[in-house]
Design a protein. Structure first.
Lengths: 115, 117
């Protein structure tokens, strides 16, 4: 079975500072990995994905994520946080075998960026 | 990307009643997925809706409680039957791209926020 862990319920960071939101995964075979963002009272918006190739993936709104196979991690990063980045962030995984088209989501991390 | 419209966006329902949520996509898609997001929690897949066949339900979800229709490649409905306060959640429709697409990411509607009294 595939699973995702987001160890931090909340991350606080000052505007202009770098941010990291952590994610580790477990899946059979090679993974598809995703990050989504959810603003209050909204659906989920796709940020970025890792399928294959470069371990550093760049996505929307200046976010990037680094795939680390040995640590089974896919942490979300941004060099300089904005107050408008404050939202709920979900990591998700889909296995290439056995999982079909199902995405399994982590429990989410609330990012709070303060002035 | 796909544009997904859900109705209603929110509703307040009485215990014991049923509510049908509609999901319209602006392009033809092979599979549509229904997720539930309970307050303060992550997303849980309820079922996968395929056009022309019965929906495939995940463990813990049954057709009698969550009947799904998929009459064509751009539309699906999810009914939450005989509601109780425990059904208060956001219900999200999602698709994985156009017919034949297998890019992996899902696109989500804005969600339908149900409160059951």
């Amino acid at each position: 079975a595939q699973s995702v862990a987001q160890p931090e319920d909340q991350v606080n960071v000052a505007e202009g500072n770098p941010l990291t939101v952590k994610c580790t995964y477990s899946v059979s075979g090679n993974p598809y990995l995703f990050w989504y963002v959810q603003y209050p009272n909204r659906g989920l918006q796709f940020l970025l994905k890792y399928i294959t190739g470069d371990n550093l993936v760049k996505g929307s709104y200046g976010f990037e994520a680094e795939f680390n196979k040995s640590q089974t991690s896919f942490h979300l990063k941004k060099p300089s946080a904005l107050v408008s980045d404050s939202a709920l962030y979900f990591c998700a995984v889909r296995g290439l075998t056995g999982g079909g088209n199902k995405l399994t989501f982590g429990t989410g991390t609330q990012l709070k960026v303060e002035l | 990307s796909a544009v997904i419209s859900q109705k209603p966006s929110r509703d307040i329902c009485q215990r014991g009643t049923s509510l049908t949520i509609q999901c319209q996509v602006d392009s033809q898609v092979t599979m549509m997925f229904w997720y539930r997001q309970q307050p303060g929690q992550s997303l849980t897949l309820i079922a996968t809706a395929n056009q022309g066949s019965e929906a495939t339900y995940e463990s813990g979800f049954v057709i009698d409680k969550f009947p799904i229709s998929r009459p064509n490649l751009t539309f699906s409905t999810l009914t939450v039957s005989n509601m109780s306060p425990e059904d208060s959640s956001i219900y999200l429709c999602s698709v994985n791209g156009g017919a034949g697409s297998n890019t992996g990411e899902l696109f989500f509607g804005e969600g339908s926020r149900l409160t059951v009294l």
